[in-house]
Design a protein around this ligand. Structure first.
Ligand code: SF4
Length: 196
């Protein structure tokens, strides 16, 4: 019987979350089967939130969409990646030729902070200039509060937070892993229980 090739890889979470938790990924025969927190990470120290711990099950779920779907009226028809890319390219080029690049709206938010997201931005910059959103209903509030308070978005060194006597968060909830650092919040609460 063939033995599975199992590897443990040290990596980081790339979701839209300031923590960037250190992860240990268990890979069997090239397939991610488990994610755990990396206890050797100096800040996150083995922590892993529930949504990322459930990621392998979602990644490997038979219900996960892995094929592009082309909408035809009220029906979504599976198509190949080549067909999907050709369709999108033809539509984008037709709109640019007919109405100019500003008629194309490129909208994206977070979800993950992987480098591939930057490639999409570069693509639309080269295609355009296209229309993009201004402001943000998510982190934009926190960005604006920091800039109004301090003139910039600079922050303390994470390891310096533990020496603070108090702290405040403006425009963001401290309970959301998508907008606030779990680990830094926990560290602040432990050291400065009167912080807001
Ligand atoms: S807390 Fe944030 S960085 Fe850490 S595992 Fe969850 S989503 Fe990823």
């Amino acid at each position: 019987m063939r033995r599975m090739a199992t590897r443990s890889l040290r990596t980081v979470c790339n979701r839209d979350c300031p923590d960037a938790c250190g992860l240990i990924a268990t890979v069997e025969d090239g397939r991610l089967v488990r994610l755990g927190g990396d206890p050797a990470h100096p800040v996150t120290r083995g922590f892993l939130c529930s949504r990322t711990s459930q990621f392998p099950a979602r990644q490997n779920s038979p219900d996960r969409l892995t094929t592009p779907l082309l909408r035809e009226g009220s029906v979504f028809r599976p198509v190949s990646w080549d067909d999907a890319i050709r369709f999108a390219a033809e539509r984008l080029l037709a709109i640019r030729a007919e109405s100019g690049p500003a008629a194309i709206l490129h909208y994206r938010s977070g979800g993950s902070l992987g480098l591939v997201k930057s490639v999409v931005d570069l693509f639309f910059e080269l295609l355009g200039p296209v229309t993009v959103k201004r402001g943000d209903i998510c982190s934009g509030a926190g960005d604006a509060a920091q800039e109004a308070d301090f003139g910039d978005e600079e922050a303390h060194d994470l390891f310096d937070l533990g020496t603070s006597r108090g702290s405040s968060s403006g425009g963001r909830t401290r309970l959301s892993p998508t907008s606030t650092s779990f680990r830094s919040s926990r560290k602040q609460r432990r050291v400065a229980p009167t912080s807001s």
